[in-house]
Design a protein around this ligand. Structure first.
Ligand SMILES: [Fe+2]
Ligand SMILES: [Fe+2]
Length: 174
């Protein structure tokens, strides 16, 4: 499964896990810096939304309207994925309205962490390996570029940074 598309997707899953771990560590300090926690949360949220929307745009779209029987067999992954993305988004939006770290916010952060981990590992262990064998190398390359571009635009929009401030692995190295 070595190609630009799946390398980028899995690298971004790792970035999401790292930001979640960093945020949890900060929140669990004896006297957490609440402003810094909420700032980190905003970055985590933008990272997750940018990843999920770009993933839907390039990858879920392939199996949502399948062109052949093997793709049709993977259709349910897209439908399940959309539902999980929506639930994750709903919870993050709710958390985004909070101006302080309450007990409820801490509980929501834990649930978010569990939902994310479940979703990311399902994709990595089941969906990605199955769809990657159906995608010709050239298609995966093009989808990989489209994914990185889309993700950077959404991340920039959400955080107010320019797309040049990319978390993308450089395409030239591949
Ligand atoms: Fe996903
Ligand atoms: Fe994903």
């Amino acid at each position: 499964m070595k190609n630009l598309l799946f390398e980028s997707l899995e690298k971004d899953h790792q970035i999401i896990r790292e930001r979640m771990a960093e945020l949890k560590a900060l929140v669990n300090r004896a006297r957490p810096d609440e402003e810094r926690c909420l700032e980190l949360f905003r970055i985590l949220k933008a990272t997750v939304v940018a990843h999920a929307k770009a993933e839907e745009f390039v990858l879920y779209a392939v199996v949502e309207e399948p062109h052949n029987a093997p793709e049709k067999e993977l259709q349910h992954f897209a439908y399940e994925g959309y539902e999980e993305h929506d639930l994750i988004d709903f919870l993050m939006k709710e958390m985004g309205t909070s101006e302080e770290i309450t007990l409820q916010w801490r509980a929501q952060l834990n649930v978010l962490g569990e939902m994310l981990e479940h979703h990311l590992s399902d994709e990595e262990e089941d969906f990605f390996p199955k769809i990657s064998v159906l995608l010709p190398e050239k298609a995966a390359m093009e989808l990989g570029e489209a994914y990185a571009k889309e993700r950077d635009i959404i991340f920039a929009k959400k955080t107010g940074t320019r797309p040049a401030v990319s978390l993308a692995p450089s395409l030239q190295h591949h």
